[in-house]
Structure formats: structure tokens, C-alpha cells
Design a protein around this ligand. Structure first.
Ligand SMILES: Nc1ncnc2c1ncn2[C@@H]1O[C@H](COP(=O)(O)OP(=O)(O)OP(=O)(O)O)[C@@H](O)[C@H]1O
Length: 934
């Protein structure tokens, strides 16, 4: 069965060579193996290129050319996605800003109408009582009222006045029977103070201005009828501060005195429940509404609304980038050769144009709605403000993404920042009184300097500056709009007149520019030093090392030196090595052994903590030693968690080895990973697909990253899609593909750029048997002139594709060899079934006992015998087969006399060998397997 599977595939010649050499011990003794380590490679059109030539070719490409080509292809990809989601794109750049402007317009309109209404139809309001001086006019001790002369009648009148006034204000006003010292201000507030004569009032108020609110000088003539006369003294200075000259307070005082006189004259007691009262209402004249000269709502809330419009793009950036990171798509792009700087720059450019259009929509919309903020300001100033703020928020968003691993967290962080920003924009920068508090000399300047690193702080400040000059402000007391003179370009450089400590508006623009540069640098740095999805990170001081800039001091690579370095790097216990594994180790360290891939003592420990060792640290790969020649496929088998994917991730540069190293065509994974990336292709365990791109667009994207000439890309797309039967769905988004289709697409993506090394991590998972065979056929044809490293859980796949098969358990290499070798060594040889007539059964048994004494009879039922043959019986096998053929009654020569009715021979399967190895590797056998996985 397993032997027959090859017939179904188009196999290369060296496969049959392998079959014929099946009894030879271990090692890659394939005669067809290449004679040099950098042997020639076969491309689809039979052009031969060595790995050195591939690397050289890659090196010859100008770094600038590659940079711009990759940048162009990434921008194109982003544009495709923006176009595919045109509704969301249009919403971000046009609908949202317009909606926010519209909302602002509605608010401004209703506010204007409200004010218009109050000017055209002034409301009527009641005249209140006389306010107490302390707390209303001043906080210091003061005198509410001086009266003269101090007579019983006058006291009675004032007493009624005080009672009525208390009803209106809720505060009592009592007589203060003190003798005022003309040279002193009282220590405490006094209510109604009798004084000797009007001259005293005159002299006292002249000496102590703004201490006394009212004075009253009674001058009644005796009757009948009594002719009441009095003079009110009032403090116009205090009242002017409250804009109340000759209005409410004097009126209220006079009204109170008149009420009291009438009550007194009519004999009404001071405490009467039905006093004489004048309930007076006041109403302003209607006026012709002034011309609208400001937008107080835009001034107050505009910064908040425009901030909100911008935040939609900001949160979308966070979500997109972190989703790509979470799905390991970013790492895959890097593994395929994309420069990380290109990745970020492409996103910056793709979002910058969104910001540019969004800012333009906002400015044009603002003009169309007739907001003074826009019409009264130099267009370039407003546009640059919005643009710089948007760009600063993009880089700020990039910076945030370097810390987020999950898109959900990123969106939560985005919403959190949104709320903080909103609080800032709404409460702090909503008006000039609070907005400029940061520049008040009493405010701690350190806090202000820190806040300048936050883009929305700088935006709030310049918005306030512009609206201050352009929109005008609302006078809270008079409810009138104070028009702004407009904001010209030159105003960017001018300080605000009444606030010389506040810096000129241009500074905020400079700070926004600084924010763009600052967060770009931080993104670049933290993206490198924070561990990626594979736990890979750079040294925090990487930028100080010459190797980062491609400077290498050692020019000639010395294989022997490299081997010596890695031979002694660990204290390694080799005692439990299998004989073949031990031989492989020896070969790996033999500098004369010719290998395209050479892995020496590779080790990976996943640490729980960045800084200290812990018992919980997981040793995923232990001192792995392997070699592989060109045109060979290495199949890695092992239980879940055996360390297969980790091995592939390390050799492909996705993860970093804890110790040890590997050479791929003479390039070290530790030192030359950028060179290796030019000659490698990776199909990771997780599909590296963008749900919204089609198969065709995927190939175009990765072909662009691999710098394949544009004119060759179309041919490549057609060829590769046809080879794995995806032509029909070439223009459909990959998100709708079945698991098997996604796998096939991931696989052919890995082969783009004709890589010399191909890593395939479980490439056929989820594929149906037919498609799996197509993929096998593709891999089999593709491997000539290359090295393929494959992990799989399918024994059949390993059997078909693996020129060498490794079995790993708990990070260690347990067995290595070709399929036949493993089957023989661990699977236990062959099975022979013989069918004879019942009466001939004993004769046949006797024959087998004599001919092959090692054979054991497993089953004997009604002439049907089942024998197991150990590997030691293999030398006798050809003669036995010859005898069986001669004695088969189905043969045409004398069929009646033959002993055998039917017979069959089968080799034990690779699966049996695998299970035995796993059983041996786990102390508790299979039952210990689950335990050991923990
Ligand atoms: N990023 C990581 N952090 C910590 N431990 C990890 C990490 N990646 C893998 N491991 C652990 O390392 C061991 C080897 O994992 P690996 O993925 O290499 O196994 P595998 O043989 O590929 O398994 P499978 O067949 O399930 O893909 C496992 O125990 C796994 O839990």
C-alpha cells in the first residue's frame, strides 16, 4: 500500500534510487545527490541557478529599487483594500466629517435662533430684593445701609423694609446699633447703621470708598398730610462692576422704601402677613438683531467635533494593524522579505491620503456651512492644522500598536484615548478662560511640556488660537457676540495680545510636526525590541551594533571555525542518542560532509520571564543536529508539541535560537538571515492570507515583495494557481476559501521567487486526498535544485515526499533515515500471507519453517497462513518470493500441481514505526504521552 502510493505520483528518478537502496543503513546515500554544496537548481524553465547566484542576484538589486518596489506593492495592496471597503473608506473621509459639521451647524443654528429670539422678544422678569453687600459686591466686611436721622418713625419704616426684603432675598437685614468711627472700616459687616447726619455719610464714603452700598437720608415734613421725602445714596462704582447702574438694585431699594412708607402710613405692623407690596416686572426693549459675527458653538465645541471625526481613522488604524499582527500576517510578510520600514511607511502613506482628504472635506464643508472659523481664517492655516493633527495621530496610533497583541485590546485602548481626548477637547479647550490655563505662570510647566507630546493637546491649543481670532467669542453677560478680526497667515507668528505668556500658534504646528517624527522613531524602535508573535526581539541597543547597518568585520566564513564554536557551546548529554541520530550528529560536525542545510546543536527555550530562568521555561528544541543535501526533502514527524514548528520557525528566521546555529547554503541563521530570506519561502502552520485579497492579488503582492519583474508576474500567477487547481477562484477573496484551498494558496505563496529553501509546516492539513496528491506532485517536482523542509502529521505524506524522515519527541531527534530504513528498524519488517488448500497447510508450514526459520506464524485458519518476517530475514526474501511465484497456481505452468493458491507480501507501515518511537520516547508509553505533553 504505502509502496504503491508512489505510482500515483509523478516521481523523480532519485525516488526510485531511494527505493532500491532501501536496505542500506541511514544516511543520505542517494547516488543522485549533488556533488557540491551549492549545487545547481532547476527552475521551471530549466534555468540553473546556484544559491550563491540567487543571493548575488538579490544583492545586485539596488536597495532603493527594492525599497520603492516593495513600498509601491504594499501601497497598492492597501489601496485595493480601501477600494474593496469603499463604503467604510468614504465614511471615514467624507461622510463622518460632513456629519460632524452638520451636527455643529444644527447646534450653531439653534443657538443663534435662541439668541435672536431673546433679542427680538426680550423676556419679562421680576424685580428682586436688595442684595447683601458681602458676598454680592465684595468679600470684605462692608456696610449695607447708613440712615439718618435715627428716629422712631424712620426705624419703623426701615424695619418694614427689612422684613419685606427678607421675603424676597431670604436674608435678614438687621439694625447695627454701633457708633461708626469715621476713621475706621468696620471689622464685620453691618446691616442698617444709624449715622448722625448726611455729612457723616459724605465724609465716610469719601474716606472709605466702596465700603458702603446704600445710604438714606429721611427728610419728611410733618403733616397732615405727611409729606414723605428721602434721598437715596448709592455706590455707582460697585454697581458698575456689576453692570447695574440705575437698574435693578437702586430700583429695588426704592421700591422697598416706598412699600415700607405706605405700610407705615396705613398703620400696617412690620410683621403683617399681608404687607403692602409692589411686584414689579422688568422687560427690555426689543432690538433689531445685530449682524452675526461669530460662531460661539464652533469656538466652544468645534475642537471636540473635529477631534471625533479624526478618531474614527485612528481607531481603524489600531484595529487593522493589530489584527494583522495577531494573525501573524505582519511577521509572514517580513519573513517573505518585506522590509519592516516599508511596512510602516506604506501604512503611513495609505492613511496620510485619507487624512489629507478628510481634512479637505472638513475645511470645504466648514466653508460651505459658513462657519466663521473657516471663512474668517486663512485656508492654508486651517488645512495644515487638520492635516498635521491627523498625521500625528497616525504615528501615535502606530506607536500604540507596538504594545498591543490583540485587536480587541487595541480597540479598547483606542476608545480609552478617545475619551481622554474628548475630555481634553471639551472641557479644557472649550474656551479661552480655561484653555490657556496651561500657560499661566502659576501652572507647573513640566506638565505642560509633557502634554506637548500628545497630539490632541497641540491641536486643542491651535484650535483655540484660531477660534479666538476667527470665530469671536460670546460675552456671557450681555449675550452679545464679540467678533474676531480673522486669522491671517501672519497671525501664526503672533502672540495673543492679552496673554503674552502664551506661545504663538506656529509653535503648536511645530509640536505636531515633532509628534510625527517622535512617534515614528518610537514605533521603529519598539517594534524591534518588543517580542513579536514568535517571541523574537532585538537587543534594546541594537542600533549601536555595526551589524545592524550591515557592517561585517569578518569577511571569510570558516566552516571549521563555525563548527568548533557550536560543538562546545552546550553541555550536552548525547547518551540516549539512537545510533543513526549519533551518526547524523557526527556528520553535522564533519566539515567535509557536503550539505545544503546543516543544523548544529540547535536549542530553543521559551522563557517565562525575559530576565530570569524558571522551572516553567519550556525547552522546545534540544540540541538538534541535522544535515540535508540539495534536491532533498526532509520530513519532520512528531507528536503535538514535539518541536517541529519551532525548528522550522528558527531556521526560517521567525524565531531566534537560544543556542546553536544552522547554515543554509553557507548562510548562518544567526548572522545572515536577510540573505537567507532572499532565497527562502515559508508556508507556516497558520495560513498567511489576507481575507480580503484574492488568490491573484496574494501572488502579485508576494511576487512584488520578492522583486519579481512585473512582466513575469502574470505568467507566475497563471502557472502557480493552475498547479494547485485554484484558477477558478483566482479572483475571489481568500476569506471565502475552504481550509484546503487556503492551504494550497499558502503553499504556492511560499514558492514565489523560486526559493532555494522551502519551509512547509503541515502544508496539506485539511486537504482532500485528490488535492493533496496535486500538492505532493507539485512539491516533488519543485524540490529539484532546492531544499525542502516539511513538517506533517500524515505518515503517508512523509513516506511519499520525505527523502529523509526525522522523528522528534519532546524537542529531541529520536530517529532519522529514509522511509524504508525507519520501517525496517522500528516497524519490524514484513508480513507475508499465504493461502493454500487445507490439506496442504501442514506441508506449507513445514516448508516455511525450513526455509525461513526467523518467520513467526501469526495466524493459521483454514489454509490461510499469516507470517511476520523480522528485518534479519530480509536476505532470504528474494529466494522466498521466487519460490512463491513458481508455486503459485495462478501461474500458467502446470497450475494444478501448485501448492499456493494465493499470496501477498507487505511491508510494515511508517505509522507503526512512528508509534513505536513515540511509545519508547514517553516513559509511560502511550498513557504517558498525554502527560508528557504538559
Ligand atoms: N511562543 C511560545 N511560548 C512558549 N511555549 C511555546 C511557544 N511556542 C511553542 N511553545 C511550546 O514549545 C513546544 C513545541 O511547540 P511546537 O509548536 O514547536 O510543536 P509542534 O511539534 O510543531 O506541534 P504541533 O504538531 O502541534 O504543531 C510545545 O510544548 C509548545 O507548547
Amino acid at each position: 500500500m504505502a509502496d504503491n502510493k508512489l505510482n500515483k505520483l509523478t516521481k523523480s528518478d532519485n525516488k526510485s534510487t531511494k527505493e532500491t537502496n532501501n536496505l542500506s543503513p541511514n544516511i543520505d546515500n542517494d547516488a543522485a545527490a549533488s556533488s557540491t554544496s551549492l549545487a545547481t537548481s532547476v527552475t521551471s524553465d530549466n534555468n540553473f541557478l546556484t544559491a550563491e547566484e540567487v543571493v548575488k542576484k538579490a544583492k545586485n538589486v539596488s536597495a532603493f529599487h527594492l525599497f520603492f518596489k516593495q513600498l509601491w506593492i504594499m501601497i497598492k495592496r492597501n489601496a485595493i483594500l480601501q477600494k474593496r471597503y469603499y463604503k467604510s473608506t468614504i465614511a471615514q473621509i467624507i461622510i463622518c466629517p460632513i456629519l460632524f459639521l452638520l451636527l455643529l451647524f444644527i447646534l450653531q443654528k439653534s443657538d443663534n435662533q435662541q439668541r435672536l429670539k431673546s433679542i427680538l422678544h426680550p423676556s419679562s422678569y421680576p424685580l428682586n430684593g436688595v442684595q447683601h453687600c458681602q458676598g454680592f459686591y465684595t468679600d470684605s466686611p462692608c456696610i449695607n445701609l447708613m440712615f439718618t436721622p435715627d428716629t422712631v418713625e424712620n426705624r419703623a419704616i426701615l424695619s418694614i423694609f427689612a422684613t419685606n426684603n427678607e421675603r424676597r432675598t431670604g436674608k435678614p437685614l438687621a439694625f447695627s446699633d454701633v457708633t461708626l468711627d469715621i476713621s475706621k472700616i468696620p471689622d464685620e459687616t453691618l446691616g442698617m447703621v444709624p449715622v448722625a447726619n448726611p455729612d457723616f455719610i459724605y465724609d465716610y464714603t469719601l474716606q472709605h470708598p466702596n465700603v458702603t452700598t446704600f445710604g438714606i437720608e429721611f427728610n419728611s415734613l410733618a403733616g397732615p398730610p405727611i409729606n414723605y421725602r428721602y434721598q437715596i445714596w448709592f455706590n455707582s462704582t460697585l454697581m458698575a462692576n456689576d453692570s447695574d447702574v440705575f437698574s435693578e438694585q437702586v430700583l429695588a431699594f426704592q421700591r422697598g422704601i416706598d412699600e415700607a412708607i405706605i405700610s407705615f402710613a396705613s398703620g400696617e405692623p412690620a410683621t403683617s402677613q399681608t404687607p403692602v407690596t409692589f411686584n414689579i416686572n422688568l422687560k427690555d426693549w426689543p432690538k433689531v438683531p445685530p449682524k452675526q459675527t461669530g460662531d460661539p458653538i464652533v469656538s466652544q465645541f468645534g475642537t471636540m467635533f473635529f477631534f471625533c471625526a479624526n478618531m474614527i481613522i485612528f481607531i481603524s488604524i489600531l484595529n487593522t494593524i493589530v489584527t494583522e499582527k495577531e494573525a501573524k500576517l505582519k511577521d509572514s510578510l517580513i519573513m517573505m522579505g518585506l522590509k519592516i520600514e516599508v511596512y510602516w511607511l506604506s501604512y503611513f502613506i495609505s492613511n496620510a491620503w485619507l487624512i489629507a482628504i478628510c481634512s479637505l472635506t472638513t475645511c470645504l464643508g466648514g466653508l460651505a456651512f459658513g462657519f466663521f472659523f473657516f471663512t474668517n481664517t486663512n485656508f492654508a492655516v486651517v488645512y495644515i492644522t487638520f492635516l498635521l493633527f491627523g498625521l500625528a495621530m497616525i504615528t501615535f496610533g502606530f506607536f500604540i500598536t507596538t504594545f498591543c497583541r490583540h485587536s480587541r485590546i487595541a480597540v479598547l485602548v483606542g476608545i480609552f484615548l478617545f475619551i481622554i481626548g474628548l475630555i481634553f477637547e471639551s472641557f479644557v479647550f472649550s474656551n479661552t478662560f480655561i484653555g490657556y490655563i496651561w500657560w499661566d505662570p502659576k501652572t507647573n510647566s513640566a506638565g505642560r511640556h509633557i502634554l506637548m507630546f500628545i497630539p490632541f493637546f497641540n491641536f486643542g491649543k491651535i484650535f483655540l488660537d484660531i477660534s479666538n481670532l476667527a470665530s469671536g467669542n460670546l460675552d456671557e453677560l450681555t449675550q452679545t457676540l464679540i467678533p474676531g478680526p480673522g486669522f491671517k497667515w501672519n497671525d501664526l507668528y503672533k502672540r495673543i495680545d492679552d496673554k503674552p505668556e502664551v506661545p504663538a500658534p506656529i509653535q503648536s504646528l511645530y509640536f505636531l510636526l515633532m509628534n510625527i517624527v517622535f512617534y515614528s522613531i518610537l514605533t521603529w524602535y519598539f517594534d524591534k525590541v518588543i517580542p513579536n508573535e514568535y517571541g523574537n526581539r532585538r537587543n534594546p541597543l541594537f542600533f549601536l551594533t555595526p551589524s545592524y547597518y550591515g557592517i561585517k568585520f569578518k569577511k571569510n566564513f570558516n566552516l571549521q571555525g563555525w563548527l568548533n564554536r557550536h560543538k562546545n557551546s552546550n553541555e550536552i548529554d548525547y547518551n540516549d542518542d539512537d545510533e543513526d541520530v549519533a551518526n547524523e550528529r557526527t556528520l553535522a560536525f564533519n566539515h567535509e560532509h557536503d550539505a545544503a542545510l546543516r543544523i548544529c546543536n540547535l536549542k530553543k527555550v521559551y522563557r517565562q520571564s525575559l530576565f530570569i530562568k524558571s522551572k516553567l521555561d519550556k525547552v522546545a528544541v534540544k540540541d538538534l543536529c541535522l544535515t540535508l543535501k540539495e534536491s532533498k526533502c526532509l520530513a519532520l514527524l512528531g507528536q503535538n508539541g514535539a518541536g517541529k514548528s519551532t525548528t522550522i520557525n528558527i531556521i526560517s528566521g521567525a524565531a531566534r535560537a537560544t543556542s546553536g546555529d544552522a547554515l543554509l547554503y553557507g548562510c548562518s541563521i544567526k548572522n545572515d538571515i536577510s540573505q537567507i530570506r532572499t532565497i527562502m519561502g515559508v508556508c507556516p502552520q497558520h495560513d498567511i492570507l489576507f481575507n480580503d485579497l484574492t488568490a491573484k492579488e496574494h501572488i502579485e503582492l508576494y511576487a512584488g515583495i520578492k522583486n519579481i519583474p512585473t512582466e513575469e508576474i502574470k505568467k507566475l500567477v497563471d502557472e502557480r494557481l493552475a498547479s494547485v487547481r485554484l484558477t477558478k477562484v483566482a479572483d475571489k477573496p481568500a476569506g471565502g476559501y475552504s481550509g484546503g484551498m487556503k492551504r494550497r494558496l499558502s503553499m504556492i505563496i511560499a514558492t514565489i521567487g523560486d526559493p532555494k529553501i522551502l519551509f512547509l509546516d503541515e502544508p496539506t492539513t485539511g486537504m482532500d486526498p485528490v488535492n493533496r496528491r496535486y500538492v505532493w506532485s507539485f512539491i516533488e517536482n519543485f524540490k529539484r535544485g532546492r531544499v525542502i523542509i516539511l513538517t506533517t502529521h500524515s505518515m503517508e505524506e512523509a513516506d511519499v515526499l520525505g527523502d529523509r524522515i526525522c522523528v522528534m519527541a519532546h524537542g529531541k531527534l529520536r530517529a532519522i533515515g529514509n522511509s524504508i530504513r525507519l520501517k525496517n528498524k522500528f516497524g519490524g519488517g514484513y508480513r507475508i500471507s499465504l493461502v493454500t488448500r487445507t490439506e496442504d497447510s501442514a506441508k506449507l508450514k513445514q516448508f516455511m519453517e525450513n526455509r525461513i526459520p526467523e518467520a513467526t506464524l501469526e495466524d493459521d485458519s483454514a489454509g490461510s497462513l499469516l507470517y511476520e518476517l523480522p528485518t534479519s530475514a530480509l536476505p532470504n526474501l528474494p529466494a522466498l518470493i521466487k519460490w512463491l511465484e513458481e508455486n503459485d497456481e495462478r501461474s500458467i505452468i502446470e497450475p494444478d500441481k501448485k501448492l499456493i493458491k494465493a499470496w501477498g507480501i507487505s511491508q510494515k507501515t511508517l505509522e507503526e514505526a512512528f508509534l513505536r518511537l513515540i511509545r519508547d520516547a514517553n516513559p509511560g508509553g502511550y498513557s504517558g504521552y498525554e502527560e508528557n505533553l504538559k
